[in-house]
Design a protein around this ligand. Structure first.
Ligand SMILES: O=Nc1c(NC[C@H](O)[C@H](O)[C@H](O)CO)[nH]c(=O)[nH]c1=O
Length: 166
């Protein structure tokens, strides 16, 4: 019996009226693109319209918190406020402590960002010890050993925006 992983949603949420921002880092781009694609496809399957998915990018995961804050503010200033935002980054452990410091600081910053932007900020940061782990969680490893985590993030975004929207 599978124990780990996301349980089934308590209902199917209608995403047809929400606006979603995806802001992604450009490090580890092949993995990023697969995660973004998975999130978009899952949201489309839940009724989110293509015109209501706005995409922005930042250089790396460390820039996600500040970039997300500015992205949300700017969409509001344009008169097209977002209902939820999905920052996406892929951190892969290297030979230094860089990975640990960025993973920890960015995670805390994204968590506390929710109160500042007053909307759900979905946690789309993959923190992997190896490239293989990251490929698997984006659903693009050779063995296709795991599903694409981007799909879970898309589903979480729709549920949080619909269930807890303003
Ligand atoms: O180092 N590895 C990574 C990384 N470093 C860059 C960092 O996020 C930032 O852009 C620069 O330090 C400039 O501020 N950014 C990632 O998204 N993934 C990594 O695996």
């Amino acid at each position: 019996m599978a124990v780990k992983g996301l349980g089934k949603p308590d209902q199917v949420y209608d995403g047809s009226k929400i606006r979603v921002g995806i802001i992604h880092a450009r490090w580890n781009r092949v993995i990023i693109d697969a995660l973004v694609k998975g999130a978009i496809e899952r949201m489309a399957s839940l009724g989110v319209e293509e015109k209501n998915i706005i995409i922005e990018t930042v250089p790396g995961s460390y820039e996600l918190p500040w970039g997300t804050k500015r992205f949300v503010d700017r969409q509001a200033k344009l008169g097209k406020p977002l209902d939820v935002v999905i920052p996406i980054g892929v951190l892969i452990k290297g030979s230094t402590m860089h990975f640990e410091y960025i993973s920890d600081s960015t995670t805390h910053a994204l968590m506390s960002l929710q109160e500042k932007v007053d909307m759900p900020v979905i946690f789309g940061l993959l923190t992997c010890m190896t490239e293989e782990q990251a490929l698997a969680r984006a659903g693009i490893d050779e063995a296709h050993s795991m599903h694409n985590h981007g799909e879970d993030w898309g589903a979480a975004a729709v549920e949080m925006a619909v269930k807890f929207g303003k």
